[in-house]
Design a protein around this ligand. Structure first.
Ligand code: PLP
Length: 396
């Protein structure tokens, strides 16, 4: 085993750093998943998870990665050959549309530029054309982890309403839940898909479907084959705090602690902390003189920042240098962005010194790799973190 001194900086945009109290809960002895202690745990988490989604409706929890919850959202609500409307925000929207096609759905993919969020106007126009309501669901990614772009879910809801279209609204919040403001009920979302390994601060291995009454009604007539992902059996067992098959007992023990931590900090404070980390990161990147992948400031992600390197410089070589030198992992560019961008995750269990430490590691890497930049980006970040104190305030 090779050992590097100091703590590893896991600054990819998920999985994120798991706090010690959560790790301690996961390390507790495994309990009987049909015993009374588990029943109490199950009832607590199935209740306490709801406010994180902004819902009073049920949330289904799977022992699976986020991809499983993507599949679950589709197979519970749709039938073979159904048309779904998706929007190409980036890599993860692309993967979800491929999954939909493999399941036998007609996935219509509205073109995007990988630098912007969902165009609610384009969704509205397409729905308005669809007078016979062949489109059964609109599927969007709230926070596109490949680009660092957040989409306006409320605007997409308004597009559906304005077109008077009955399609379901399915939203992937895998890299936004617990990091960026999200409101399942208020925004009229039918299925919200989430994962454990980002804002919820757990290791990978749990994923979620928050379901509206309309989604539950659609599940009654949906004909895509499903068994493991079936909501009905799951919700019947969940009514008393149990699961129809062996759940990830230890991860659920960790989830109880994660929910308690989020509740204690308060979701508005959690979101504000992510906003600050993101603003500081962007100030630093702007100071270096680099562009970020997201074009529109209203769509900047508070969970991660994707940084574009100047032409002729390899983002992967920079990341490798930083890993070897500073024991820090950064996110790679995905799909067409491979080697063009690197992604800084600033989500989950994260505070100011982790922001500055991360940015210092990147700046050192830029120097070592001789990538032209304006030094002092970390200072720009500190100004933001210290409360936007400008030079005049510092001099006073
Ligand atoms: N959707 C988004 C937005 C993601 O960021 C990810 C993973 O990073 C996924 C879906 C896929 O989730 P998983 O890798 O847990 O299956």
């Amino acid at each position: 085993m090779t050992h590097m001194p100091g703590r590893h900086f896991l600054q990819i945009p998920g999985p994120t750093n798991t706090p010690l109290p959560i790790l301690a809960a996961i390390a507790k002895p495994t309990i009987d998943h049909r015993g009374p202690e588990f029943g109490r745990l199950g009832r607590t988490i199935l209740q306490e998870i709801r406010p994180v989604f902004g819902t009073t409706n049920p949330v289904v929890i799977y022992p699976a990665s986020g991809t499983g919850a993507w599949e679950a959202a589709l197979v519970n609500t749709l039938s073979p050959g159904d048309r779904v409307l998706m929007f190409e925000t980036g890599w993860f929207a692309t993967l979800w549309s491929r999954l939909a096609k493999r399941l036998g759905l007609e996935a219509e993919f509205l073109k995007g530029d990988w630098r912007s969020g969902v165009d609610a106007g384009a969704i509205k126009a397409r729905l308005a054309e669809d007078r016979s309501h062949t489109i059964k669901a609109v599927c969007i990614v709230h926070n596109e982890t490949s680009t660092g772009v957040t989409s306006n879910v409320a605007a997409v809801r308004r597009a559906l309403d304005a077109a008077r279209h009955p399609a379901l609204l399915l939203v992937d919040t895998i890299s936004s839940l617990g990091s960026i403001d999200y409101r399942h009920d208020e925004w009229g979302v039918d299925v919200t898909v989430a994962g454990s390994q980002k804002g919820l601060m757990l290791p990978p291995g749990l994923s979620f479907n928050a379901v509206s009454d309309k989604a539950l009604a659609a599940a009654k007539t949906a004909r895509l084959p499903n068994s493991y992902w079936n909501w009905e059996e799951m919700l019947a067992a969940n009514a008393t705090g149990y699961f129809p098959y062996t759940p990830s007992t230890n991860l659920l023990q960790g989830l109880a602690v994660a929910l308690e931590m989020l509740r204690a900090e308060g979701l508005p404070a959690v979101f504000a902390r992510h906003d600050r980390a993101a603003a500081a990161t962007r100030a630093c990147v702007a100071h270096w003189g680099f562009e970020i992948q997201c074009r529109n400031p209203a769509e900047y992600s508070s969970a991660l920042t994707a940084v574009r390197l100047p032409d002729g410089h390899s983002a992967d070589a920079l990341r490798a240098e930083i890993l070897a030198r500073s024991n820090m992992s950064l996110g790679n560019g995905l799909g067409p962005l491979a080697d063009r961008v690197f992604r800084i995750g600033h989500l989950g269990d994260f505070h100011d010194l982790m922001v500055t430490g991360t940015l210092a590691g990147v700046e050192m890497g830029l120097r070592v790799r001789c990538i032209p930049h304006r030094p002092g980006g970390v200072d720009a970040a500190m100004q933001v973190l210290a409360g936007h104190a400008g030079p005049a305030a510092l001099a006073a």
